[in-house]
Design a protein around this ligand. Structure first.
Ligand SMILES: Nc1ncnc2c1ncn2[C@@H]1O[C@H](COP(=O)(O)OP(=O)(O)OP(=O)(O)O)[C@@H](O)[C@H]1O
Length: 255
């Protein structure tokens, strides 16, 4: 049978994916034996997308994030960030790329206790060798609602405020991709909403890309897509899901 439908030209997307995982596997080997944490994950994270990664405990979420951010090496497969293959870089080049192109927001805020809020936020710029401009540092502190806390030390702030400092610190270099691992795990719901709103704003307003691991369907509903992992593989995805729809998809997965 011949088709009469006009053939469509193959459309090459104008934007390459911000982050591409190509056939990632990760096997942890120890005396107790081998654990296949990732068993072949291929996925494109497009520029400006906000993706939540969910799955049962042990499904490989943190391993995926660690490999995607170049904090750990996959056993096979490759990771490309803005078209650059991480596996081809030495540690110095990888550190440089991480400092310039990636922002990290983890459950432990990882702020330096001896530095003021201002200096914690300015640190990533100093590490890349640039001189932080006062208006830039104050600008991101303002963005996260902490303009008046610049001179405080982290211990003088609440958990939610510390997490907002961590976000300001991640924002300052205008990274292409934010990696967030349970960024609201230790926070109350009002503060969580603020933090998730800031991540959402980074994608909507600035076209940055967010990859966030979470167990919480309410947090995941801030993402435009939820990617479900099961046993080291992508098991499916859900776009613009409500917390209830995401929770239902999770329980289907665990059945
Ligand atoms: N360093 C390691 N050495 C050996 N096995 C590991 C190591 N890190 C993770 N694993 C194993 O790899 C698998 C995936 O772990 P991972 O932490 O990525 O899962 P996860 O989905 O993030 O889990 P959780 O939701 O509990 O944090 C698990 O079986 C885990 O026990």
């Amino acid at each position: 049978m011949t088709s009469t439908a006009p053939t469509r030209p193959f459309v090459v997307p104008s934007e390459p994916p911000a982050l591409l995982l190509d056939g990632i596997t990760k096997t942890y080997r120890s005396k107790a034996g081998a654990v296949e944490a990732l068993r072949g994950v291929t996925y494109h994270f497009h520029q400006g997308s906000f993706t939540a990664v969910m799955g049962a405990s042990g499904s490989g979420k943190s391993t995926l994030l660690q490999c995607a951010a170049g904090l750990d090496q996959p056993t096979s497969g490759s990771v490309l960030l803005g078209g650059i293959e991480l596996q081809g870089l030495d540690e110095v080049a990888l550190t440089k790329l991480r400092r310039k192109q990636m922002g990290f927001v983890f459950q432990a805020y990882n702020l330096l206790p001896s530095l003021t809020v201002y200096d914690n936020v300015a640190l990533p710029l100093r590490l890349t060798g640039s001189r932080p401009r006062r208006q830039d540092v104050q600008g991101v502190l303002d963005q996260v609602g902490l303009a008046d806390k610049a001179k405080r030390r982290p211990a003088e702030l609440s958990g939610g405020q510390q997490q907002r400092v961590a976000i300001a610190r991640a924002l300052i270099t205008r990274p292409a991709v934010f990696f967030a691992d349970e960024p609201t795990g230790a926070l109350d719901s009002t503060t969580s909403r603020q933090i998730l709103g800031l991540l959402r704003e980074a994608t909507d307003r600035a076209g940055q890309t967010v990859v966030m691991v979470t167990h919480d369907p309410v947090a995941a509903a801030y993402a435009s897509r939820v990617l479900f992992l099961s046993d080291g593989l992508v098991a499916g995805s859900l776009d613009n899901g409500s917390p209830a729809q995401i929770a239902a998809a999770m329980s289907d997965l665990e059945r």
